[in-house]
Design a protein around this ligand. Sequence first.
Ligand SMILES: [Zn+2]
Length: 408
Amino acid sequence: MGIGDRFSHQGVAQLRAIVKANQSGLDISPVWNKSNREHIYVHSHPADVRKEADAAVAALGFSGKYFVDADHINLTTVAPFVETADFFTLDVASFIGKESSAVDVEAFVTSCKKYLGHLTIPGISHPIEVSEELLRTIVGKFLAATQQASEIYQFLKAAKGEGNFITEVSMDEVESPQTPVDLFFILKMLADKGVPAQTIAPKFTGRFNKGVDYKGNVEQFAKEFEEDVLVLDYAVKEFGLPEELKLSVHSGSDKFTIYPIMANIIKKYDKGLHVKTAGTTWLEEVIGLAVAGGKALEAAKDIYAKALIHKEELCAPYADVIEIDDSKLPSAAEVAGWSSEKYANTLRHIPGHPDYNANFRQLIHVGYKLAADMGATYTDLLEKHADVIGSCVEENIYDRHLKRLFNL
Ligand SMILES: [Zn+2]
């Protein structure tokens, strides 16, 4: 379970939620994930995440496995994470569609001869038609990206030693989703290049907007997710990838509509799953501030007022993963008059609640840079209201996320 935490104050509350879920017999490992982009915006360092994780684990006497994830790194950004991370998300999305050498292309195509024609994946009722043309299209899209994954992996293997870290490969930050057949050949490419992927984050069908529910064709998602699980299972046996290979769902927080679907499928096949959340915890901090009232509520209102002013620049880096309807955003003046309850109910993700506003929520989601700019004023409030905020964070991860994800 990826539990990103922008300001590194909620590690204990996040871990409490996981401990609670594990008391029902589950074996969830927390993974504190933070990307280079988040570190830059928040002015934090990879070592801070390790400190937070170790401290939370010590505080609760957690004895299970836990990890620190260098999220969405590439060859140019990986170095500062090497020492303190033990989980690396190799982001190769920007290499999709880049050209590979003709020799490499031909070698891969030749190695796939046995999969041409009717490809049967155990568990998938219909055979998948693989023409040489389709195969070449897939190779053209993904061979260079998997080559890049291999280069980052080799760098990490030399720096940290084989087997000392978890390898995730991510291709989620792109426009078009990868199909189960794409995934099948991507896994073969990774295996051929010696990348022992333990989790893989494809782009799934539908929209995974930040901090809000899934939007898309739920039936199509369910079908592809199940096929992806079966493709992974087959790839483990066919290509010798690590047994624990699992799907990773990025921007995975708050996708309440599809949680029961994923829960049922992973249960049906007895598989694992990795879900990354980060922004949802930052949103709970703002909710907690609102609930706390007084100066804390004022700060929450201030963050919204500033977010409205800086909307364009805050949204720009997240253009593909948010959808805000400006006409549904309340004015700063209106919000200034809100009670704690009204603010919290507007922001808290309870679909169907009369006050819940997904547009308001997405704007606050991208506004964490504003809290970072407040410096100690913000973190002092987090410390002063740690109990209220901590309960919000714990409740969100346990009640709204883990319960739905694992049928608790
Ligand atoms: Zn991602």
